[in-house]
Design a protein around this ligand. Structure first.
Ligand code: GDP
Ligand code: GDP
Length: 436
């Protein structure tokens, strides 16, 4: 998710000129926007190291100064809602106008970074004019020439300081993205707070452009994790978020982006149908899943309680026999510190690649131990195995009759691969392909 930079300002101050300058050769996405006479332009700017999404909020024909102000307000409002950072452009040739002052006043109240930019400062001569804009009481005024490029690099330098650096591929590879999922009140927030309480949060949470998720990177035992927040988990207390929290869409979105899903179940309420549906989604998506029974401090316990509970959870989640199951209390902290080590193990399996030679040696063994059945008088032949993917581990078997492999034989082979190569806590997929 890219940070969003929005260009705001009166017509003809040079917004689209600056937009094009920052963009370089790239093409913009054009969007019709109702109520605005000019289209809005979007584009990803990638040439400065820290990528961002640039929006030219469009323009309008000023009918009158009043109308202009209203529209400026609307435009700024829009930018305000969508943007992470705002570029407010003014025009040195016009000097400081009343509507500039009005909008500047508005922009100063919001808690997002705003760059106050005076454009069309094509040479030293205009610098004098630009200093007039300090009357706004702004600490830093950028004077630029969108047309000639003057002052733009300074602007970009300062912008870059606010942007997260371009993600390095290697880093992304080994950071574990996890999502905490579960019905309201099962204790997701409590668990996350406990979990993060133990750990070093690496950087400030970066708010996503969609406003409904806040990812928190942190480290544990030398490994990097990112906690994908389903809306509201880390922002308790705000009324509007109570609603968001109930939205299944947020949970689904978080699962889409996660490697490992922590499915939180309330020890008192047990496994609900909704839990099953949500976990089913994670399974279909091939996500690694950990079942976390929370509020384990609540049930009255004897030596049989946990065993019975395990049985019950396993019975309900019978399609997820491999998912690790852990009993915790976010309230007392009991076993919460066991969660990340399990996540790390699961992630390792999730990413594990088996060399092709080993796979084929294994395959030979499996076939010998339990030969495939005959189909229409012929034995199905298996030629070759390869690991097609990780996350989840996916094995591709080349066979004479990919469509005729019986379901039970598929299960046999899947279990063989699991056992032989130690994939016992993650989903494993097997695909059959014809040769050639
Ligand atoms: P917008 O309506 O804010 O998007 O403004 P435009 O980008 O369409 O620019 C309006 C006019 O100002 C155009 O004629 C541009 O060529 C001109 N312009 C934009 N930037 C500069 C600049 O830095 N210097 C000069 N001299 N003219 C500029
Ligand atoms: P969320 O809606 O899933 O984020 O759940 P919360 O973290 O807000 O927790 C809901 C309620 O359950 C709060 O009153 C918590 O104090 C309580 N709670 C959370 N975890 C535990 C736990 O492990 N034991 C007990 N007894 N209560 C808990």
């Amino acid at each position: 998710m890219l940070p969003v930079v929005a260009l705001v300002g009166r017509p003809n101050v040079g917004k689209s000129t600056l937009f094009n300058r920052l963009l370089g050769q790239r093409k913009a996405i054009v969007e019709d926007f109702p109520g605005v006479t000019r289209d809005r332009h979007y584009a990803e700017v990638t040439r400065y190291g820290s990528p961002f999404l640039l929006i030219d909020t469009g323009g309008f024909e000023p009918a009158s100064e009043d109308r202009l102000l209203t529209q400026m307000r609307e435009q700024s409002q829009l930018a305000l809602e969508e943007a992470d950072i705002i570029f407010f452009l003014m025009d040195v040739r016009d000097g400081l106008t009343a509507s500039d002052e009005e909008v500047a006043k508005m922009l100063r109240k919001i808690d997002k970074p705003v760059f106050f930019i005076v454009n069309k400062v094509d040479g030293d001569k205009q610098e004098m004019g630009a200093s007039e804009f300090y009357a706004l009481g702004i600490e830093k005024i950028y004077s630029v020439s969108a047309e000639h490029g003057r002052g733009v690099s300074e602007l970009i330098e300062d912008l870059s300081e606010l942007l997260p650096p371009a993600p390095e591929k290697a880093e992304q590879e080994d950071e574990v993205r996890m999502a905490v999922i579960g019905r309201p009140n099962v204790g997701k927030s409590s668990l996350v707070n406990k979990l993060l309480g133990f750990e070093r949060v690496v950087a400030n949470p970066t708010s996503g452009t969609t406003r409904d998720s806040i990812d928190t990177p942190f480290e544990h035992d030398g490994k990097r994790y990112v906690l994908i927040d389903t809306a509201g988990i880390r922002r308790k207390g705000k009324v509007s978020q109570t609603l968001e929290k109930y939205s299944a869409v947020n949970a689904l979105k978080a699962m889409d982006r996660a490697h490992v899903v922590l499915m939180v179940i309330d020890a008192e309420e047990g496994v609900t149908d909704q839990d099953l549906a949500v976990a089913g989604y994670a399974y279909e998506k091939g996500r690694a899943l950990i079942l976390v029974v929370n509020k384990w401090d609540l049930p009255e316990k004897d030596e049989k309680t946990m065993g019975k509970y395990v049985e019950e959870v396993r019975r309900r989640f019978k399609y997820l026999p491999f998912a690790p199951l852990i009993f915790v209390s976010a309230l007392t902290g009991q076993r919460v510190n066991k969660i990340l080590p399990i996540v790390a193990e699961v992630f390792e399996e999730f990413n594990r690649r088996i060399p092709t030679a080993q796979l084929n040696k294994g395959l030979e063994e499996f076939l010998q131990k339990n030969p495939p059945s005959m189909v229409r008088g012929q034995r199905i032949k298996f030629y070759y195995a390869a690991q097609g993917a990780v996350r989840p581990p996916t094995f591709v078997l080349f066979t004479s009759r990919p469509k005729d492999v019986h379901f039970s034989y598929q299960r046999y082979l899947t279990n063989c691969f699991r056992e032989k190569f130690g994939f016992d806590r993650v989903p494993v997929r097997i695909q059959f392909k014809g040769r050639g």
